[in-house]
Design a protein around this ligand. Structure first.
Ligand code: NAD
Ligand code: UDP
Length: 315
């Protein structure tokens, strides 16, 4: 039977692996390309041996060619957590720029539809709240986070240039903080860090006074929004995230309660350029894609804590 073929770069990562699962479930063949710099073969090990799945270990900042027909390319390769991209600044800039260029070249060669995984970080430390797609952002290009934010801003720019100049069929999703199973417990992001600390009975490290806000989206909701965007006709960026906003301090308290932990909150230095607020305006996703998140934080956190519990011996 004929099947469409999708390429997922960064497919061995947290989000990429869930995307591979979804695309296979939708009846596509999936080719996952990943150099495993921050991802893990474990995330896709359940797909090995599936006739609709292929894994290629490759760095997409190098020349990338694949034989045969390709219908969709979803470009997710990039370090994504602040400690990863602070440790890997040049690789982060390279994969957002050179990598996106190479993968757009592949899309052009194959006449494939290309979807870029962009980020709410393009809004930087935002001056408008919540953030809608027409806001251009407030990014410090030379700050430590600039390597990620500017790489993604460049990636959006070159994606639109390939669309306008070469007529490539493109999509851009601006992803807001997403969580769920297959996150790394030690990836430094607030959610896995707090859960790990709570399960081990260690102090919960809230950066700054914890008044900064984030809005956490459960992974299956995000993947659903991305799939709908891929299948839509929208070329301009679309925010996908859960608008349920919470301060980081309240979030730490929520994790302590949910895990019945004896951990105490401690306050440590706020990293440079840490955005003060973040909440997606999802009116576009609602009207255009008929998408809205379904999994609330209580439900999503419970599933994620259960996943993490398997990795942490009880305190
Ligand atoms: P992740 O680190 O788990 O996954 C990224 C994957 O890309 C890893 O498997 C890594 O090995 C791979 N990769 C990195 N550089 C590569 C290269 N040069 N060649 C081939 N593979 C390479 O991170 P994630 O959270 O799954 O993020 C995936 C994508 O979604 C990223 O592009 C990220 O910017 C974007 N995003 C994620 C979030 C989030 O909340 N998780 C938010 C906004 C945007
Ligand atoms: N944060 C924190 N303690 C930690 C890790 C993160 O207080 O151990 C804060 C961080 O400063 C930020 C928020 O939690 O304000 C979310 O951080 P994360 O790294 O999860 O994502 P991002 O800053 O990229 O949204």
């Amino acid at each position: 039977m004929f099947k469409y073929t999708a390429v997922v770069t960064g497919g061995a990562g947290f989000l990429g692996s869930h995307l591979c699962d979804r695309l296979i479930k939708e009846g596509l063949k999936v080719i996952c390309i990943d150099n495993l710099i921050t991802g893990s073969a474990e995330n896709i090990s359940h797909l090995f041996g599936n006739e609709n799945f292929q894994f290629i270990k490759h760095d997409v900042t190098e020349y990338t060619y694949l034989p045969g027909r390709i219908d969709y390319i979803l470009h997710f390769a990039s370090p994504a957590s602040p400690i990863d991209y602070l440790k890997l600044p040049i690789q982060t800039l390279k994969v957002g720029s050179l990598g996106t260029h190479k993968i757009l070249g592949l899309a052009k060669e194959k006449k494939a539809r290309f979807l870029l995984a962009s980020t709410s970080e393009v809004y930087g430390d935002p001056e408008i709240h919540p953030q809608s797609e027409d806001y251009w952002g407030n990014v410090n290009p030379i700050g430590p986070r600039g390597v990620y934010d500017e790489a993604k801003r460049f990636a959006e720019a070159i994606t639109m240039a390939y669309h306008r100049y070469h007529g490539i069929d493109t999509r851009i999703v601006r992803i807001f903080n997403t969580y769920g199973p297959r996150m790394r417990l030690n990836d430094g992001r607030a959610l896995p860090t707090f859960v790990s600390q709570a399960l081990k009975g260690e102090d919960i490290t809230v950066f700054g006074d914890g008044s900064q806000t984030r809005s956490f989206c459960y992974v299956s909701d995000l993947i659903d929004g991305i799939y709908k965007l891929l299948m839509s006709n929208e070329v301009n960026p679309v925010n996908i995230g859960n608008p349920d906003e919470i301060t980081i301090r309240e979030f730490a308290e929520e994790v302590i309660k949910l895990t019945n932990s004896k951990s105490k909150i401690i306050f440590v230095d706020l990293p440079e350029d840490d955005p003060k607020v973040r909440q997606p305006d999802i009116r576009k996703a609602i009207s255009l894609l008929n998408w809205r998140p379904k999994i609330g934080r209580a439900e999503g956190l419970k599933i994620t804590v259960d996943f993490f519990k398997k990795m942490v011996p009880p305190a």
